[in-house]
Design a protein around this ligand. Structure first.
Ligand SMILES: *Cc1c(COP(=O)(O)O)cnc(C)c1O
Length: 461
């Protein structure tokens, strides 16, 4: 039986009409897009679950903040408001706005990494991996073994494998590890939470070997909420207390504010107390992003972000938010459709390997399922699997991903229960004709972050 849907703790004041399309129109759109979901026009997607990044609905307070944004080039009011919010929530001395998460990575990572260095993470997000490689270093993923079995129920599948982390440090030499990155929640493993104890143990290992610990903080609030639900030591703490403790263990954070901070654009770098590092970050920020007090954003963006940082901590909101994932997941349970379980923070990661076992990783089963969902119901999802992983930078060979997930990323405060039912119904319809679905081949790809731009075609067999 499907779970009870947690009702929205808000009502709708403004609406955005979405276009209904026919199957023929969608087939045509797919061809024109070379079967790449990023090439589809947003307008042609009835339910757009490509990402939960920057697709959030802002509140009336945030929109009012947009009008109050201070557009001073230097030292505007909205900048100070944002810095104070960041200091208050994360407990870090230095908060630097940037235009999005990858900008934070671009500004910070070359200060920690270079040729011959390694970054070790519970899982590098795609842009994070790209910026490690652009800095000349290599990225190693070190997620706990439970994460690799989507049907296995474990509460903290985002965790770092701490034993393997220590082994990797010894194997490559501590002087060659430029940083360790703890991604909360672990996006690529399925929005899975990282336990407080695991953050603490990772930090202890970093301290033992003198290695910098950076938190990839895009989903700090969803991680905190899932810890409140699942982690005994966090049950009686407020979301704010949990977040403070999580961040107390790291040296810096890089954040895409387009996720849990409920804005459409923005990012942050946080530095706990290292003044020299902050000086270097400011210098690079001025070169790449803009002056320190706006970091590639408008004053109105800074203002909306300062408000969104707090709205993202609201427990009624987080209960509804995670409730949407749980509701969709429970409908898939009823239909026997496998996903990364238990369901995580920002979406449902459907196990395409299980649904389409006849498609091998180099024919991209998760991408094939994403294409089929668009064909079926105008739902745009994306591949988190071998298609996204791309080729090994050293050998040029296709990497086999640990998972083949088709991600239903749910935008914040945007879709209703009826929309979620359409998602489940589409998957159920596809399951019934799964064996007729074919794999895909890449006909053109760029050298880095290829999934955003590549062209594909269906295989005829
Ligand atoms: C989105 C995201 C990023 C990159 O942020 P952008 O704002 O898209 O540049 C980095 N890490 C994680 C875990 C993310 O989810």
């Amino acid at each position: 039986m499907a779970k009870k849907y947690v009702p929205e703790p808000f009502r709708i004041k403004m609406v955005e009409t979405i276009k209904m399309t026919t199957k023929e129109e969608r087939e045509e759109a797919l061809k024109k897009a070379h079967y790449n979901m990023f090439n589809l026009a947003g307008e042609d997607c009835y339910i757009d679950l490509l990402t939960d990044s920057g697709t959030n609905a802002m509140s009336q307070d945030q929109w009012a903040g947009v009008m109050r944004g201070d557009e001073a080039y230097a030292g505007g009011k909205s900048y100070y408001k944002l810095v104070e919010a960041g200091q208050d929530i994360f407990g870090y001395k230095f908060i630097q706005p940037v235009h999005q998460g990858r900008a934070a990575e671009k500004v910070l990572f070359p200060l920690l990494l270079g040729p011959g260095k390694f970054s070790i993470s519970n899982m590098h997000f795609d842009t994070t991996r790209a910026h490690v490689e652009l800095a000349g270093a290599r990225a190693i993923d070190c997620v706990c073994p439970e994460a690799k079995d989507p049907s296995m129920i474990a509460p903290f599948k985002g965790n770092m494998d701490v034993e393997k982390l220590e082994a990797l440090i010894n194997e490559h030499g501590k002087e060659n590890i430029g940083m360790v990155v703890m991604t909360v929640t672990n996006n690529s493993a399925g929005g899975q939470p990282v336990q407080m104890k695991n953050i603490r143990e990772t930090a202890a290992i970093c301290k033992k070997y003198g290695i910098h610990l950076n938190i990839d903080a895009a989903r700090y609030a969803e991680n905190a909420w899932l810890l409140k639900l699942r982690d005994d030591e966090c049950r009686d703490k407020s979301i704010k207390e949990i977040i403070k403790e999580m961040f107390s263990y790291a040296d810096t954070f890089t954040m895409s504010a387009k996720k849990d901070s409920i804005v459409n654009m923005g990012g942050l770098i946080g530095i706990k107390d290292n003044e020299d590092l902050y000086r270097d970050v400011k210098g690079r920020c001025i070169s790449f992003e803009g002056f320190i007090s706006y970091g590639g954003l408008s004053g109105r963006d800074l203002e909306a972000l300062a408000i969104g940082l707090y709205e993202g901590l609201d427990e009624d909101y987080l209960k509804y938010r995670i409730g949407q994932m749980e509701y969709l997941a429970s409908r898939l349970d009823d239909a026997g459709i496998a996903y990364q379980s238990p369901v995580g923070g920002h979406g449902v990661f459907v196990d395409a390997k299980k649904l389409l076992p006849h498609i091998p990783y180099y024919e991209f089963p998760a991408q094939a399922l994403a294409i089929e969902l668009y064909r079926e119901a105008g739902i745009r999802t994306c591949d988190i699997g071998s298609y996204m992983m791309g080729n090994d930078p050293d050998t040029g060979k296709q990497i086999e991903s640990e998972f083949e997930f088709t991600r239903f990323a749910i935008p914040r405060r945007v879709y209703t229960q009826a929309h979620i039912d359409i998602m489940a119904d589409a998957l159920i319809a596809i399951k019934e004709r799964a064996e007729t679905i074919k794999g895909y081949r890449i006909t053109w790809e760029p050298p880095i972050l290829r999934h955003f731009q590549a062209f594909l075609e269906p295989l005829e067999k």
